[in-house]
Design a protein around this ligand. Structure first.
Ligand SMILES: *Cc1c(COP(=O)(O)O)cnc(C)c1O
Length: 407
């Protein structure tokens, strides 16, 4: 079956090139396929189906490891966990059933933890000592945390204007952090070119097979939370697209074992107007996206000018009957203020982008007031700059209490 002594039921059969279908063995280290495309993990789903029932699943703790049969780690001792809890669905007020999947509660404050706990656990299983990646902030924070816990080195390269909190947390968690005068794709180039000299393992988005598997748990969780009926629409803030691709893969695996039917949510890939390569390719009917020049947006996590899995994002969006939608930074800031002030939920800018895109999609009739819709809040809003608040009060002067609460 495999060259490790498995002490837990896993069903990985092989890896497969997402473009050509060429097969690669599991249980050895891989980055991209020989043809330069992302590798996907494949499972023996017939065996998985025999090994697990929904009833057994229901008795397990509320964390991502409840889905262990769908995950690649073979040996429990290699799991480098910081407590990856099931995240809640928070309803928003309004005329339609609208929920936020609040990923801010995960370790390191973002859903990057889902991907990196899996990538680092697998890296540990396969003997990696040094890891490296480009990041817009949250991925680096998650990698540094899990690498520290696994006793591995991490080398992290981010644009010099990455949110300060991301850089500080990454530094405190023991990473070797480099602030680069460029964008994330420039940082990715540095990682790629340094590999030979340093021997580090490249953990970039979709350039190793296991971050997708971790992000896949968002799809498994949603299916279970909606009682094995998927929601009607999902809005996902899209950078490299790991989560969207991962959820789509989860839905196919669940259908293959008969736990859900063929119905899929409409998948909406949300980007910022200042960096919307996937939206442009979607609108032009292309299979791949071209590099976006001069990328800029307040939503740092989706400032990704080029995504190696662009074709996988576009295929899922099109097959689902969804769309790719761009929103302005002004609409993102407005959405953030609206949801925080009205519903008490402080979204990150990327999460706020999904709310803004949802409004556009409603106006265009792409989703209706009866659609169960899920927005992704991918990180805690506390990591990002916020407008200054408060009115100065002089305690030494008479206070006009009747004038309070009027602004
Ligand atoms: C990384 C990130 C995204 C984009 O996620 P992908 O799966 O890489 O597309 C969105 N929002 C936040 C806050 C992020 O950190």
């Amino acid at each position: 079956m495999n060259n490790l002594t498995a002490d837990r039921p896993t069903f990985v059969s092989h890896l497969e090139c997402s473009m050509t279908g060429k097969i690669y063995p599991a249980d050895t280290l891989h980055n991209l396929s020989d043809d330069g495309w992302p590798l996907l993990v494949r499972y023996d789903l017939a065996k998985l189906k025999e090994a697990l029932t929904k009833e057994t699943l229901a008795t397990r703790p509320q964390d991502i490891w409840r889905y262990r049969e769908f995950l690649p780690v073979r040996r429990t001792e290699n799991i480098v966990s910081l407590g990856e809890i099931t995240t809640p669905l928070i309803s928003l007020s309004g005329d339609a059933p609208l929920y936020v999947k609040d990923e801010s509660r995960l370790p390191t404050g973002s859903f990057k933890a889902r991907g990196l706990v899996m990538a680092v656990s697998m890296a540990k299983e396969l003997g990696v000592r040094k890891t490296a990646m480009p990041t817009n902030g949250n991925a680096g924070a998650a990698l540094s945390a899990y690498a520290a816990r696994a006793g591995m080195e991490s080398y992290i390269f981010c644009p010099s204007d990455t949110p300060e909190i991301n850089m500080s947390e990454t530094g405190l968690q023991g990473a070797n952090l480099f602030r680069v005068n460029g964008l994330i794709n420039d940082c990715g180039k540095i990682v790629g070119e340094g590999k030979a000299a340093t021997g580090w393992f490249d953990v970039s988005t979709l350039k190793e097979p296991y971050r997708i598997e971790g992000k896949k748990t968002m799809g498994l969780e949603l299916a279970e939370q909606f009682n094995w009926e998927l929601p009607d629409a999902i809005f996902y803030p899209t950078g490299g697209g790991t989560g969207l691709i991962g959820m789509w893969k989860a839905f196919d695996e669940l259908e293959a074992i008969g736990w859900i039917g063929s119905k899929r949510p409409k998948m909406f890939a949300v980007q910022a107007e200042g960096c919307a390569p996937i939206v442009r390719a979607y609108e032009e009917g292309k299979e791949h996206a071209e590099l976006w020049e001069d990328a800029h947006t307040v939503a740092a996590g989706i400032r990704v000018p080029a995504a190696i899995g662009d074709f996988l994002i576009l295929r899922a969006v099109r097959a689902s009957g969804g769309a790719a939608i761009a929103v302005s930074d002004a609409a993102i800031e407005d959405a953030r203020a609206t949801v925080a002030g009205r519903d008490g939920l402080l979204l990150c800018p990327e999460g706020a982008a999904t709310y803004a895109a949802y409004q556009l999609a409603r106006a265009k009739g792409l989703v209706s007031d009866t659609d169960n819709t899920v927005l992704f809040n991918c990180a805690t809003g506390l990591k990002y700059p916020m407008p200054k608040a408060g009115t100065s009060l002089n305690r030494n002067k008479a206070i006009d209490y009747s004038a309070m609460g009027q602004n």
